[in-house]
Write a protein that binds this ligand. Sequence first.
Ligand code: KG4
Ligand code: ZN
Length: 337
Amino acid sequence: MLVLGIETSCDETAAAIVADDRTILADVVLSQLDDHRPYGGIVPEIAARSHLDHVDRLIGQAMARAGLTFDQLDAVAATGGPGLIGGVMVGVMAGKAIALAAGKPFLAVNHLEGHALTARLTHDVAFPYLLLLASGGHCQLLAVLGVGHYRRLGTTIDDAAGEAFDKVAKMVGLGYPGGPQVQEWAAKGDGDRFHLPRPMKGKPGCDFSFSGIKNAVRLLVESLEKPLFDQDKADVCAGFQKAAAESIADRTRRAIELMQAQWPQTSHLVVAGGVAANKALRASLEQLAGRAGMTFLAPPLNLCTDNAAMIAWAGLERFRLGQSDRLDFAPRPRWPL
Ligand code: KG4
Ligand code: ZN
């Protein structure tokens, strides 16, 4: 079984072909980062136009790399939301057009479901498992119980984790995206010099919050001499990273307890999203999982961040259960799992 996946919901235009034996036959991603960098964040209108300019070529590239024609596919999957609506529309229209022209079933995939099921593309993981999705747009803890069966244990009540990393980077004068640079500067800093709040730590439930810590960093930076000394920059980054990682780990620890109480056969803690690349965070999550007798699983980074292989795979998982979507599916800017 072969499925084409298309992803256009944020700032990556991507196309991939995945087989049911978990082979990725092609996986192409075009990042728009350079288009958005001058604005210090993603500009929806620029994103939509760029998807429109590139999606056909990328799909063609993926098909050529896999050595396939459209009539050899079994189904076509495209991200149907949630995301920036202009981009989602581009991918959905492209997917529907190919499905219609080639006479193949169409699947509109929830982007979050794509992230949630990636672990089953890369590893032999059985349901149920716990997923921490931490990216520039999302911060959630999900109980992944089966294809189409998800229980949201926690979500952010304000910003996403990656957004907080990006904003802190901006405050101390680092470029976009901020996560990797904050990590790099943090490595040279002292995480205990400035005390920053650990948002939600110890609170009931598994929700996240990052606005308080972001504000604390803003006040801290305002109080420091300008331009910032390199050591100050490094110490702010280290302090923020330590606080953010501790807060995420605390929420994840609670989610593990919840899952083990309700679904004792839960064996894996899986991470996804760009923030999952953070080494300090990974180390504490790995420790947490180990202590709970669970296996920590991080798919390769290119499949943790936005890509189309995860969309093709989620489409495939649904398709082999007999599901597909109608061609009048309307793109959804918001679509909770
Ligand atoms: O999943 P992703 O590539 O794209 C979406 O947001 O959908 O995540 C990007 C986010 C950005 O906010 C970026 O700053 C953050 O992930 N990020 C990191 C690291 N690498 C990327 N945050 C913390 N530490 C990192 N090493
Ligand atoms: Zn994503």
